[in-house]
Design a protein around this ligand. Structure first.
Ligand code: PHB
Length: 385
């Protein structure tokens, strides 16, 4: 009887469709910026992702991981070709990328068409977990709206009434300002001026002159990477820092403090990660990251690490079979991701639901000084998953 049962089970296992060769490696396509203003963000994401894979003995979902990389240059015009290269030429099993919202939207379009699993480890474009959402498209980071909204709430609580915004003119800047404005105006404030310049330009002088003439109570700015370094330095250099306080979602001062020096001192930001969280989970992560890379981690490193964690959750549920999209998605949506930022969950449109910290720059740290917004979920407008 026992023998018969075993035979039946073995036959069932053999009959189950396996859509990848047993023992085949899992090819992960990393599409990140290696050049340009976001290059350091790409490096941190890759480091974080690889750290988690190393901690799992080099395997996810029972399959040994191998990487194929492409430098997307944060260039939307090249994005479709780049992602097609990974899928069609390199035959990757999953894609992880990227930083820039415009590039991520092109990636999501291809992922949707081909059914390839995509995990976005930074870019916050609302469409990716909104109108373009799909069971195979996930994000380990934030929506642009979330970061703007949390900062808008925090700046309103500091008692300001009139704010000017400054950002790069593309999806990320537009959506962050919209989120900021929604929260800030709901709290009785007013956005009195919206200033911007094309991505990735860093000629800020004309905008700073405009800020000085407008005399708002404060400024909300989104810049990141090399652009954030220069903006914070130019803002202080123009003599504005003392008279018109500068705020941002935390990208303005994350991974940039060594280069910004004292020009960043005291700046308040809101973000889903901070220094000095001092939880066992974060301390362990930071120690491991510092040991592996001789660098301090930042928000981008955490997002890369968590992209690997989310991939592991999904792959474990489908035993490494990336074609079982519905089971993969169900497992990720049911999970509590044990992130260095704090535990977070994944919404029905596959975007993190998470706490946002209020942070202040003290020396070389974005020190956590409280919670800006608790369990904030993106409205996921238009997602019909
Ligand atoms: C984006 O383009 O979505 C983006 C880029 C850099 C950041 C945050 C968002 O730091």
């Amino acid at each position: 009887m026992k023998l018969i049962r075993l035979t039946v089970l073995a036959a069932a296992a053999l009959a189950a469709p396996v859509t990848f060769a047993q023992g085949a490696k899992l090819k992960v396509g990393l599409m990140l910026p290696a050049t340009g203003t976001f290059a350091s963000l790409g490096t941190a994401i890759e480091n974080g992702f690889k750290l988690y894979v190393q901690e799992q003995g080099g395997k996810l979902g029972g399959r040994e991981v191998e990487f194929v990389k492409v430098d997307d240059e944060s260039e939307p015009a090249k994005a479709t070709d780049n992602v097609n290269k990974l899928i069609k030429r390199d035959n990757v099993d999953v894609i992880v990328g990227t930083v820039h919202s415009g590039v991520a939207m092109a990636m999501a379009r291809v992922a949707k068409d081909t059914g390839t699993i995509l995990i976005v480890p930074n870019a916050g474009a609302g469409a990716v977990t909104g109108p373009m959402c799909a069971p195979n498209i996930f994000r380990s980071s934030f929506s642009n709206w979330q970061t703007g909204y949390a900062t808008g709430e925090a700046v309103a609580k500091r008692g300001h009434k009139k704010i000017a915004t400054v950002t790069w003119k593309y999806a990320a800047g537009d959506e962050m300002v919209a989120g900021f404005k929604e929260a800030f105006e709901k709290a009785g404030g007013q956005v009195v001026k919206e200033l911007n310049l094309p991505f990735p330009n860093v000629e800020f002088q004309a905008l700073l002159t405009d800020v000085a003439a407008t005399k708002p109570d404060g400024v909300f700015a989104f810049f990141a990477g090399g652009g954030a370094v220069k903006f914070v330095k130019d803002y202080a250099g123009a003599g504005l820092k003392k008279t018109i306080p500068l705020y941002g979602n935390g990208f303005l001062t994350d991974g940039t403090l060594d280069a910004q020096g004292t020009d960043a001192e005291g700046i308040f930001t809101a973000l889903h990660y901070a220094d000095g969280l001092n939880t066992p989970r974060d301390n362990t992560f930071r120690l491991a990251y510092a040991k592996a890379y001789k660098l301090q981690p930042d928000v981008y490193a955490v997002q890369g690490y968590d992209a690997a964690q989310m991939l592991a959750v999904g792959l474990n549920a489908v035993k490494g079979d990336v074609k079982k999209i519905d089971e993969f998605a169900k497992a990720v949506q049911a999970a509590k991701i044990d992130s260095p930022r704090g535990v977070f969950t994944i919404s029905k449109s596959n975007n993190p639901v998470q706490d946002f910290y209020l942070r202040q720059v003290v020396g070389k740290e974005n020190k956590s000084v409280g919670i800006a917004s608790k369990a904030l979920a993106d409205p996921g407008r238009g997602c019909k998953l």
